[in-house]
Design a protein around this ligand. Sequence first.
Ligand code: AMP
Length: 358
Amino acid sequence: MAFVSRAVRTAWLSPRSCMVSKRRSHVFRSVSELRSHRRDLLLAGKTIGLVPTMGALHAGHLSLVRRAAEENSHVFVSIYINPTQFGQNEDLASYPKTWDSDMALLQDLDASLKESGSGGRVEAVFAPTTKEMYPTVPPDSSLPGKGTFVTITPLAGLLEGRSRPVFFRGVATVCTKLFNIVQPERVYFGQKDVQQSVVIKRLVKDLHMPIDVRIISTERESDGLAMSSRNVYLGERRRAVGVVLSRALRAAETAYKSGIQDRDGILAPAHAVLDSEAALQSRLADDESARFEVDYISLADSDNLEEVQMVKPSQGAVLSGAIKMLPLTTTRTDERLGQGEDKLPVRLIDNIILMPKP
Ligand code: AMP
């Protein structure tokens, strides 16, 4: 960070209107200011990679930014917690907000991009207000709700969409807005949210958006847990048990790799891992256990996410799952609790692509 002056750092750290610094680091709150800057870049023949996020950045987000910098001269990162994708009983109010550390992480990454001397830089952060993003009617996450929405059926109603009926309507709507505002050449999404990546590819294709959608592999903790902004809600007890989802999916992947192609043969090992962990937790005392519910374990077609009975080796498939870590009923004074003291349920999702076989 040595190269960044105090004034420049302040520019990064304050979500004020259109901050311009010596280092060309910008934070935009308004659409019009961002657009005017984007127009200048277009006229100068620059390319833009957009990384949409809700902040609370971690190494998974940064891997998207890094890839965007490899493939574009300028990277825009949006940080916006989009209300329309949260159901009415979900965690909109408590969603982690870590503006200062987000900016510090992006600043460090930008410095290392500069040092490497190749590829693009983190040019701008777009952190709009909700009034800016929803200029006519307030954001609504009820059904059918009031507003201008983008819906993708039946894709958005499968898997995650079954438990979170407004989620993909909110995601598709806010991403359409972001794509229209930034007009990037490329957009970057994580494989971690596999259904989101399929929804975005469909959206871009069906609405004829001139954008290349790039999907970047999932960053994991050393034990396999997929990184997620929501992992901060997991204290050590729930964190240790939460890895069961990735273990279960890996067991199914091993079955596929061993040559099994039918649904039951692939999914049985995943269910066995989940059942055995659930049984173990149910035998433990309340102040020792971390219980969870399985929402779904899916084996689906990679293009439309419809369930498949048999994996065609030439096509492969997507293995995915979601579990809900239940709130702890009894906590101990000697344990490290998560944000919210482990009183909130935490939904964990994960997936593995079963690659086509030659
Ligand atoms: P979010 O801030 O959770 O909306 O995520 C913003 C983007 O980062 C999405 O495209 C996510 O799929 C992606 N992302 C989140 N977690 C990871 C991860 N562990 N590895 C790679 N990408 C991720």
